[in-house]
Structure formats: C-alpha cells, structure tokens
Ligand binder design. Sequence first.
Ligand code: PEP
Ligand code: MG
Length: 565
Amino acid sequence: MCLPTDEVPGEIARFRHAVRIAQQQIEEVRKRMRAALGEEQSYILEPHLLMLQDRSLGRQIEQFINDNRANAEWAVREVASRFISAYTQIADSYLRERSNDVEDVARRLISILSGTKVRDLNHLASDAIIVAEDLLPSVAAELDPKRILGFITTAGGSTSHTAIIARSLGIPAVVGVRELSGSIRSGETIIIDGSTGVVILRPSPETLLFYNEQRLREQEQKLHFLDERELPAVTSDGEVVALRANIELLEEIDAIHRSNAAGVGLYRSEYLYAQSAFGLPTEDDQYKVYRMLAEMSGEDGAVIRTFDLGGDKLHLSGFKAEPNPALGLRAIRLSMQIEEVFRTQLRAILRAAEHGRLKIVLPLITNLDELRTAKRIIAEVEREMRAKGIKHAEDIEIGVMVEVPSAVLQAEAIAREADFLSLGTNDLTQYMLAVDRTNESVSHLFDPLHPAVLRAIKFAADAARRARIAITVCGEMASNPVQVVVLLGLGLRDLSMTPNAIPAIKRVIRAIDLATAEKIAARALALTTPAEVNHYVREQVGAHWAHFLHTGLSHESMADLNFQR
Ligand code: PEP
Ligand code: MG
C-alpha cells in the first residue's frame, strides 16, 4: 500500500526521529553495561551506534521511502534485509556476525516506529529462564521454546494474553509473582514448576534431581497421550464432547492435527498484527492465513474471531493510551471505528471461506445493535464482492462472543439473531467480577467458579439450547480439568482450548460420567460464596476422580496449570 505523495516528507521525518530515539536508547543501555560490566563489554554496542550514524544506510532507507511511497517500517525492513543478505554471503566470520547487529538495529527502529516493544529475547543463551516485571503478549509470541525454558513475571494473571501465549507455545511460566526480580541474579539456577506455580531459587542437588525426574515423567506422559490420540472424547456414559483448538500463532496450526482437534474453535486473529513488524496485515496476507486455517481444519472448520485489539496490551499503534483500556476502544468497538480495516478483514475471510468451512465470531458484543451493524457490513462486503465478480463464500455463519454481563443477560435475544455463541469465560469472569485479568494485585479475586459466573454460564448455555444453536466455551476454563467437570454438568458439550491441553482434557472427559458431573454442578450452583464452590468442587472431583488433581496437567489446574501465583 503506497502513501499519498504529500505524506512522504512526514514519513522521512518519522524515520529520522526514530533514529534519534534509538541512539538515545542504546547510549542508555551502554551506560548501564559500563557500570555493571566495565568499559570493555560496553563496546559490544558500538556497531549498533555506528550503524545508526551511518549516513549511507539512512540515505538508502529515505530513498526507499521516497521511491516506493513506503512507510518507514517497511523501508527499514526492506533495506535491512538487503544488508543482511549481503553480509551473510561474506566469508569473513566477523563481518558475517554484523548481520545480527543490522537485525537488532532494524528491530529496534521498527519497534520505536510502531510503538510496540519488540525485543528479541531469543538472543539469550539457550536454556534461559526469563525473569521480568512483565512481558507483552507480542514479545512472548516471539519466544523460541527451544531456547527459552520458561519465564517468571511479577505482573499478570493466569488468563492474561501473555499467559495464554506461553501455554500455547508450551513454555512453562509462572506469572504474578510479586517482589521477585530483586532476589534473582543472572546466571543462577531456577526451577519453575508450571503445574503448581512454584518457583525455586538456588535448588539443592536433591531438589534438582527430583524435578529432573518429574520432567522425564511428563515427557513419558506425552508419549502416552500420543497413543490416545485416536480415542474419541466421550464420557463414560456415552456423551460426545467436541474438543477444539484455540490458535493464536501461525506456528501452532500444525497442532490442530497433532492434538486431533475437532477443528479450530477460536482463531485469535489479532495475533497477525502482534506477529507482524509492519502493522496491520494486508488483505492478501490475511487471506493466505485464513485459507490455510480453512484447509487445515477440515470438516469441523475454523472460527475466525475478528480483530480483538486494544484492552489486554495488544494496542494498535496510532491510538492513544486509554485510562481504562478494558472498558475502552477494544474489539468490535475498534473495528467499527476503523471500518475499512474491518472490511478488509471480512473480505479476506470471505475469500478464504471458499476453501473450507470458516465462520466469523465477533468479540465483545455488548448490545444487539453491534451485532446487527456487523451483519449489515458483512452483507455489504459480500454484495460488493459479488458485483466485482470476486470469488467468495455466501451465507457465512456469524457468531457472537458472550463475554460481558450484558451479552449474557440478553443471550436469548442474541441467540435469535446469531448463528452460534462462543463463551469467553476469561473476559466474562473479568467483567462479571470487575477484576482486571492482567492485574496480579487482584488476581486472588479472579475466579471462574464464583457463583455469579457459574450462573451466567448456565444462563447463556440454556439460551443457546432453547434457540437450538451451538455454544462453545473458549476461555481458559475449557482447559482446566476441575472446571471442565462443572462445565459439563452445566450442559456444555463443546470446548475449545490450547491444543497442548487437549490430550489431558480428553482423559478427563473419558473418565467422568454425566450424572455425577450434573450433580456436582447443581450443588455448586446452589452455594453462595466462591470459597464454598471451590472447596466443594475440588472435594467432589478428588472423591470421584482423584487423579485429575494429581496429574502433571491438573492445575490447581490450568488456571493453575503453568501459571499460579
Ligand atoms: C475469553 O475472553 O475468554 C476469550 C476466549 O478471549 P480472549 O482470552 O482472547 O479475550
Ligand atoms: Mg475475550
């Protein structure tokens, strides 16, 4: 996409400004390195600075902006890629190394330009555990599970997007550990027990041995899961439950098959933006991804959620920070404001839906007008495509994410006009209980087993049943063995979760019987405090299926699997 000619000088000015900021940032890091490691080590950053001062590099980027009417991010990426490919051809190993520096500088510039904090943590030595105050979901999405063994953050809650991403990458993580980073020094040995949320600093040799054995046991368990891949997800009394995949990252698409998922119950399309260095993906880029999802998800199909940007730290650059982002310009509200972006996404989905069974789900619907407006826009986009002779699917199914109290209380009316419902229990818990899902200070109050949340879930499930439309649970509850028992008891039969959790949840489904699950859910609904419900449900699950509580994948379950405070 080219810029209008009159915006080119502004783009060059934006690039020059980013260079100045990058210089300041690197000087700052150098100062800190000098203080901590001495003069010699601080020279590591010398090439970065030289590169930023190099007028010929700057001139090439500005030229690229001029010639192509390109935005600065695109120009930096293009010119950097040319340099990198030239460097990698060079025999001299020192010069070849310089390609890493170019990549580093380019990433820094792009992150400044796009307003995101892209940091390549994969440059850390392998077998690293990251200890940080916070990690942005977009940074977590870039971690390489082969190099990064795990991370611990002081901020965050178990259903924050950073936690969700770690789970889908299979990276053990413990989030929301307060006052931690000060007590850990670089190079020390740490154990992260993702299943219980325990972090052990400087472990004794015996503890290390114990956890190493534990790790081997978990690897063995994974092999058993492989044997069980083909088994159906059916309760012991014959009720079939659909287990679908939640997908965020393109790397995970293979996992649909590995986990034998019944298609994709939720594709969080906003990660296309998080994973792109160039801002919002084009229609063609989106089309390729959606088509791949359509083809990979077979008969069961894939549900594409339209961009859920804003809120939980996936900010669209160019929009100002909000005092209350969870209640602000997020999800469908943002899509309606940038309608051209919404239309572009819809075109890409409708084109891709020609190649398989795609559905659309709309995030954060709070009233019927939003659903009606979205449906009108989808119909208009279809009409335009028909008029232009562009191949696309007709009559695509349109669903609603039920994830705020107003949508629950209007579930009957929504169910009459939507083709299906998706129950987003992460946001539903956040908004029902007024607990920020990313704020560790209130994470003890975040509880999907709160009696009010259970009632809301039942209300939505009953509305869907009466309207004879499907309802899928796609929040983290669906991957929590203990909570799954309650969900089944409340009448839900369709669960979507990170593919890594499917084998363990299938075991849970195959072990339980519906009659018992219904009894547990009915009694839980009659209790009045979160503590009573938690105590009762855990006690019952322990009495009937104690192994759910003790497998590597029991989490105090997934809310607790991998991520506990
Ligand atoms: C949810 O809110 O439960 C959900 C599935 O969506 P997200 O976690 O992406 O907000
Ligand atoms: Mg949500």
